[in-house]
Design a protein around this ligand. Structure first.
Ligand SMILES: *Cc1c(COP(=O)(O)O)cnc(C)c1O
Length: 386
């Protein structure tokens, strides 16, 4: 290990331990329960409505619609299920292609695959770490052909059924530009906003740009339901369909079991919604504390020459997952080794999707920025009261 990265990592560990009170190990993103979580959970158990119906499911759907400025939110079991449903409702079908980024969590590419569609991996912008509108434009100028029933890839003959930008670590992609390009080619945009609840772009909340979007409430996200997700849309018809197919496509009746299509059992249990409801009430407070931690990092990392990432000015960030940029792949590895051996959890950004055995046959562009970031970005502890 080079001396400079060793001393940088050592200073980093000391600084993080100073900032974050902990017995021993400092985790990456532990949930924080400082609101009415216990009260709502007890209420749920006392009522016996812990499962698929109950007032907290309706409550979180109202809370989420209002937080994101969307007409309709549908609470589901996890973010992957939300994406799967959103893509299906956007019209993604077997043997079509879906444009997305290679630099993402596996769930994005998995959800595309569940529908038998093929991901097309395009590069990200360096500063947003999200799908680059210029990569999308370059791809569509070369391969896109608008026909009566949508846009086709003229080299493969397959329809391009959707485009899925992902807001990496809560940084907003250049979402307005992406939507503009996709609209020219008649391609629906599905936002993977799993990491971005609380972020916004020029004042408009994450999840409200796409025709339909997905959120996640996994244990490591900005707020948690234990496990959970939500589908967001500003389109009433898509909203009703989302509710219908995530609740087994049952036709409402007082006692008959009749289902009018193949649906999913994706609804969020009331017990998870109880936890989430309390978390959503604390969202502002959680974001405020995350921002304080980030500010403390800014002052302490500057002195040690460690580059802390932040999004471009046009986006308001939820501070979900904070990250630093090391100078090389070797430095990144040395930094990960030292920090994880010395009580501070750090993790590399994801390995690119096109390297995974199940996606290595998929189309990808040059991936210059994605590869640059893959080799250098490390996530650092991001949730604490400081
Ligand atoms: C967390 C996450 C999801 C959804 O994950 P679940 O664990 O299924 O809730 C989807 N996409 C991205 C980018 C994520 O980070």
């Amino acid at each position: 290990m080079s001396d400079t990265v060793y001393s940088k990592a050592k200073e980093f560990v000391t600084a993080v331990k100073d900032l974050i009170p902990a017995e021993s190990f400092i985790p990456l993103h532990p949930p924080v329960f400082n609101g009415k979580e216990k009260e709502y959970l007890i209420e749920t158990v006392d009522s016996t409505f812990v499962s698929s119906v109950g007032p907290f499911v309706d409550k979180v759907e109202t809370q989420l619609a209002s937080l994101t400025g969307c007409k309709k939110a549908v609470a589901v079991v996890n973010g992957t299920a939300a994406l799967h449903t959103a893509l299906k409702l956007a019209g993604v079908m077997r043997e079509t292609e879906v444009i997305t980024q290679s630099l993402t969590f596996i769930a994005t590419a998995n959800a595309i695959s569940y529908l038998g569609a093929l991901p097309v991996f395009l590069d990200v912008d360096l500063d947003t770490m999200g799908l680059s509108p210029s990569s999308v434009r370059a791809f569509l100028e070369e391969f896109g052909e608008i026909r009566e029933d949508g846009c086709y890839n003229k080299s493969t003959g397959r329809r391009i059924s959707a485009c899925v930008p992902m807001h990496t670590f809560g940084f907003m992609t250049r979402i307005e530009e992406l939507i503009r390009v996709c609209r020219e080619y008649n391609i629906p945009v599905v936002e993977d906003a799993a990491e971005a609840l609380g972020s916004s772009y020029r004042g408009k909340p994450a999840g409200s740009f796409g025709e339909i979007s997905a959120l996640s409430f996994n244990g490591n996200k900005v707020v948690t339901a234990g496990g959970g997700g939500a589908i967001l849309t500003t389109n009433d018809e898509l909203g009703s369909k989302a509710k219908h197919i995530t609740t087994t496509a049952k036709v409402p009746h007082r006692w008959e079991y009749r289902h009018d299509e193949i649906g999913f059992n994706y609804r969020m249990p009331n017990v998870n919604a109880a936890l989430l409801s309390a978390q959503l009430e604390s969202l502002d407070d959680i974001l405020k504390h995350k921002k304080q931690l980030f500010s403390a990092y800014v002052s302490s990392f500057e002195a040690m020459g460690l580059k802390l990432n932040q999004p471009p000015a046009e986006s308001e960030w939820n501070y979900w997952l904070m990250s630093v940029e090391l100078n090389s792949f070797e430095e990144r590895n040395a930094f990960l080794e030292y920090t994880n051996s010395n009580g501070v959890m750090t993790r590399p950004i994801w390995e690119l999707m096109h390297r995974m055995p199940m996606f290595e046959h998929c189309y990808k562009d040059d991936q210059k920025n994605s590869e640059y970031l893959e080799a250098r970005i490390v996530n650092i502890p991001s949730n604490a009261r400081v």
